[in-house]
Design a protein around this ligand. Structure first.
Ligand code: ASP
Length: 421
């Protein structure tokens, strides 16, 4: 009975995604622009319902990460084990990101998206430039000087640090902290229930979000940028359905198709909202309930991944580098590509997973190899749809890594993973 209901949600979200896209495209193509279409429907009803849904999920992110991470680290207790999990996860995240950019650079060099580009046909937008990340500051910011402020600001790395610290001490304190430990544990349960409650309206939320996006995309801007978009989609596809699934199979022998099927609602949520941060609660819940990955591990690796592991974003950045270099007739050599791999990997560390952030950090990558930052203006107009797609890949990367680490550390229930839906 319970399983039947779950299958229902996955299917309904899928249908909502398709119907929402179609509605948006139909509205854009067949309903004349004006007050009713643009103000009342697209930016009125669709926006209010869609944004309300995202806010509902965002509301849960900080308390859920905090409670579940305290509980997770308390349950693991052993700092050595936590350290091992941490190091494994970090290495995995860095390697998959580097791999992702390498895939992107190869695909882009094969498709040559920027060669013979007629620049006058592309609408150029104003560019926001990111300040170069200071590695020292990023590392120091992990330790919050005021944990309440870190929670209020949603500083994920600082929250992770503080929550881990509490969990470890609660475990060490044993009975002395029994009441407090129970409070955290019940808070965690409550947040999971809230996640499920918000997800009840997911089909409507997803429908409105994609309908709004597809109802207001500037399709005219697509034509001259088609090759660039195809290159990004192709590289994202290779990473998501090729690289990740091979890694999953080789290191765990788990069935990749089953993983993708069960994880699909999370990808759909990330796609329609374009924020991996807001996807954290759903990702943790799905990994636990459907894929058998213990929250002890996902409560740590998923928020960490949403902050430091953005493979999809790095792919866009890799393709964008080649695209802009070709469009401006700038020659890049092997050393430049290595620099791109390094800076794009570092650029994503410490940046929250929110819409469009990848475009902002792209300026750092461009600066590192001397590409004109104005080049970003070329790709801005069509970025939303790529942002949605790469966010789905970003969250998949975090979940694949979490599943692999969980399996290795004996925190994956294969019975749940293999259960048919
Ligand atoms: N929207 C992406 C995310 O939340 C980040 C980006 O690429 O802009 O993961």
């Amino acid at each position: 009975m319970k399983q039947k209901k779950k299958l229902g949600l996955t299917t309904i979200i899928f249908i909502a995604l398709i119907l929402g896209s179609l509605t948006g495209v139909i509205l854009y193509s067949f309903v004349p622009a004006g007050y009713v279409r643009d103000t009342v429907i697209v930016n009125g009803i669709f926006d209010i319902v869609g944004s309300g849904f995202i806010r509902g999920m965002q509301m849960l992110v900080v308390p859920l990460v905090f409670f579940s991470l305290v509980c997770g680290s308390m349950a693991i207790g052993d700092t050595k084990k936590l350290g091992k999990v941490g190091v494994r996860t970090l290495v995995f995240y860095l390697c998959t990101t580097a791999l992702a950019i390498a895939v992107a650079l190869c695909v882009a060099n094969i498709l040559d998206p920027g060669k013979n580009l007629d620049m006058s046909s592309v609408a150029v937008a104003d560019v926001k430039v990111a300040e170069a990340t200071n590695i020292k500051d990023t590392i120091l910011a992990i330790i919050p000087t005021n944990p309440i402020k870190a929670l209020a600001n949603g500083d994920m790395l600082a929250i992770i640090f503080f929550a881990l610290f509490i969990g470890i001490l609660l475990a060490a304190g044993g009975e002395r902290f029994e009441t407090l430990a129970n409070i955290f544990s019940q808070g965690n349960d409550l947040m999971m229930d809230m996640t499920m409650a918000v997800m009840k309206v997911a089909p409507i939320g997803v429908f409105c979000l994609v309908a709004k996006t597809f109802g207001s995309l500037g399709y005219d801007a697509f034509a001259p940028m088609l090759k660039y978009m195809i290159a990004v989609f192709l590289a994202l596809g290779i990473q998501c359905f090729g690289v990740y699934q091979i890694l999953l199979f080789i290191s765990t022998r788990l069935n990749p198709i089953r993983f993708l099927k069960k994880f699909f609602p999370v990808m759909a949520f990330a796609f329609s909202t374009a924020t991996s941060n807001a996807t954290i609660p759903l990702s943790i819940e799905t990994l636990d309930e459907k894929l058998g990955v213990s929250r002890r591990i996902s409560s740590f690796t998923i928020p960490l991944g949403a902050t430091i592991n953005m493979d999809g974003t790095s792919i866009m950045q890799g393709v964008a580098v080649v695209f802009v270099a070709q469009a401006f007739g700038i020659q890049l050599d092997m050393m430049d590509y290595l620099t791109v791999i390094l800076t794009a990997t570092l650029a994503s560390v410490g940046t929250a997973g929110v819409p469009s952030v990848g475009l902002i950090t792209l300026s750092m990558v461009f600066n590192s190899v001397g590409l004109p930052v104005e080049g970003i203006g070329l790709i801005m107009g069509i970025d939303r749809i790529l942002d949605m797609t790469r966010t789905a890949v970003n969250v998949t990367g975090d979940a694949i890594c979490t599943t692999i680490v969980a399996k290795r550390d004996g925190m994956l229930d294969e019975k749940v993973f293999n259960q048919m839906q």
